[in-house]
Unconditional design. Structure first.
Length: 118
């Protein structure tokens, strides 16, 4: 005995089938851990706040990969929306405040600010 303790040899005496069963349970353990973490994140994340933060992303100083990759496409799509749509939304603004489309509009507006700033 190495250290005089009986449990020093436990791993050495473990059978091959026990080692394989430990290895087989690893994917299930990983999956359950991922599922627990992901569901916790979904539960704790405030989607509205996240969307508002993303709409402010183009205003970050310095180079922004998000702005470089998304601003041109979002601005192009935004310009294809008829102006009447925005006028109609402005009239009934109280029921639409905080919608996803408002965050996209803010994102495009901030992209345009970024372009005029640089």
């Amino acid at each position: 005995q190495k250290g005089g303790y009986a449990f020093d040899n436990l791993k050495r005496n473990e059978s091959k089938t026990e080692q394989l069963s430990d290895l087989a349970s690893l994917p299930a353990d990983l999956f359950l851990s991922f599922l627990a973490g992901f569901s916790t994140c979904l539960f704790l994340i405030d989607g509205t706040k996240l969307q508002q933060d993303l709409s402010q992303a183009p205003l970050v100083k310095g180079r922004s990969l998000l702005a470089d990759e998304l601003c041109a496409d979002f601005t192009k799509e935004f310009k294809e929306i008829p102006k009447e749509f925005w006028k109609k939304r402005a009239v009934d603004e109280s029921s639409n405040k905080g919608d996803n489309i408002d965050n996209i509009k803010a994102f495009v507006h901030n992209c345009q600010k970024r372009n005029t700033r640089s």
